[in-house]
Design a binder for this molecule. Sequence first.
Ligand code: ATP
Length: 643
Amino acid sequence: MPTETFEFQVEARQLLRLMIHSVYSNKDVFLRELVSNASDALDKLRLAALRDDSLDADVSDLHIELEIDSDARTLTVRDNGIGMSYDEVGQLIGTIANSGTAEFLKELRESKDAAGEEGLIGQFGVGFYSGFMVADEVTLLTRRAGEEKGTRWTSRGEGTYTLEEAADAPQGTSVVLHLKPADPDNQLHDYTSVWKIKEIVKRYSDFITWPVKLVGAPAAEGAGEGTAEGEGDGPAEPETLNSMKALWARSRDEVSEDEYHELYKHISHDWREPLETIQMQAEGTFEYQALLFVPSHAPQDLFTQNYKRGVQLYVKRVFIMDDCEELLPPYLRFVKGVVDAADLSLNVSREILQQDRHIRMMQRRLTKKVLSSVKTMMTKDAERYATFWREFGPVVKEGLVTDSDNRDAVLAVSSFASTHGEEETVTLRQYVDRMAEGQESIYFLTGESRQSIDNSPHMEAFRERGIEVLLLTDPVDEVWVDAVGEFDGKRLQSIAKGEIDLGVQGDEKPAEEREKEAEEYAGLLEWMRERLDEDVKEVRLSSRLTVSPACVVADSQDLTPALENMYRAMGQEVPRTKRILELNPGHQLVKSLNQAHRADKDAAGLADTAELLYSLAVLAEGGRPADPARFVKVVADRLERTL
Ligand SMILES: Nc1ncnc2c1ncn2[C@@H]1O[C@H](COP(=O)(O)OP(=O)(O)OP(=O)(O)O)[C@@H](O)[C@H]1O
């Protein structure tokens, strides 16, 4: 097969350009990326060999080699792992599939200024292409385990690459970097220097569970470090540069935060530091160790079907799978990390995991551990908790609906925006603790945004009386409030549902006055109900309005408009729910309407006013009138008459 030349996919070209021209200072990370890829390839091969006896692959001495050739000015990163087929090289190396990378490029495009660009690249796991930060040509020679022929890929990072068959390739992958001249002023170090390579491996890749060996280093330089064996000019014995200690198996005081963070970046493909590191060792009949991380940012695809959830599963230090979903519930799907179980079979499959009793036990304990860590964060570090809740609150709240066993624990780490303050969120505990004497319910209002809730007419009486209301703006809020129902004996009550009796606050109207009002308005209310029959099932006087003329509310059992929309969006048929229209008898518009109706219920314009009043109430809660064009026309006519 002849050598073929291909063009990089557009995103890949863009990333390459960045790598080559970036002013970004920390070029050392290229080695972390290549070692990380090599380590993944070894994991994959070991697993493939375990699963498939007939795989013709050598797994006797899996390792990573770094080879320096000072004369040729090359650095080679070699592994004897799974390798890639000819087609795979084209697919994997010529394109960008990693969603993290795509997201990164998008952010980069959006951050127009160079400083933002540098900051972003600085924290990003840049993958294979990062080799082009230090090399002006990269050659990759690879052979997939079990296949006969290898593939050679070469590129100068300038828009094209070549592919050719290579008959002589050993199993695995070697990446040869033809190094650019060292330029210490621009942080481009001499990567043929043994001590530099050692330093980088120690810093970024110490935890890699495969040996990272330095081969072909001149003995003199290695001996100068006091670690390499042998003397004279001949090549030294390969030296293993990393400790290979699985971080999850070490006690917390032996491991630095930086080391944990490097592991997090290795397994999550995130380029930022995690928010929280959680370690757990379970001993007894079923032993396992877990090292879990809460990221500092919610990924954009967290709410999509494609989101890959789950942690890495190891069995006795052997990597078994990525994205093991069975170890944490869906509402903790943002948690990343490693779980290493001592007593599972190396051949364990997803099907087995789904039914395994031990796995279920582990899930229960890991869930509790994550929730208790968040609880600690909440009490000890309010700011970090605030970040956590902002990023992951909408997901965690799903647990209030789906995990009845842990509902109390989830509720204890949940907090909500409230009328009590602009910035901080409150827990139900805090809400209940400061409830006024006689208040029986925990009041809340759901809606699209804080602003629309704040301005909603339902809020008026509560604001006037200084009663705190929780402001719930996530879609899941519509659901969990029903699932939870009450807290500490206090019912969760939507202020847009049912009759609201704020009499407890001591300033209610006397009963006679209410009765008199009811009598005066009875005719209007009945007439309006008939006029608005299509949309409204009841028209009544309100005790929740002080400023607005009208508002719409639902019966306590009714679906809210937001829930109705949610079900429709999911393709479910839901009958249209008629609402209840409440009128404010203290408002001049309502008073005048009543007088006009009493004088002559057929008076011109009366019906339009009734309709307007209803549309205004719908608008005020963030909805839209059923017939906007007609609404506009009626309003315009009215305005015209006032001029
Ligand atoms: N040494 C290797 N052996 C086998 N396959 C490899 C090797 N290096 C890279 N690959 C394949 O190429 C793909 C792309 O690698 P690349 O480093 O660009 O991205 P990544 O590792 O998926 O993600 P990240 O951007 O976080 O590094 C890998 O997912 C892997 O399938």
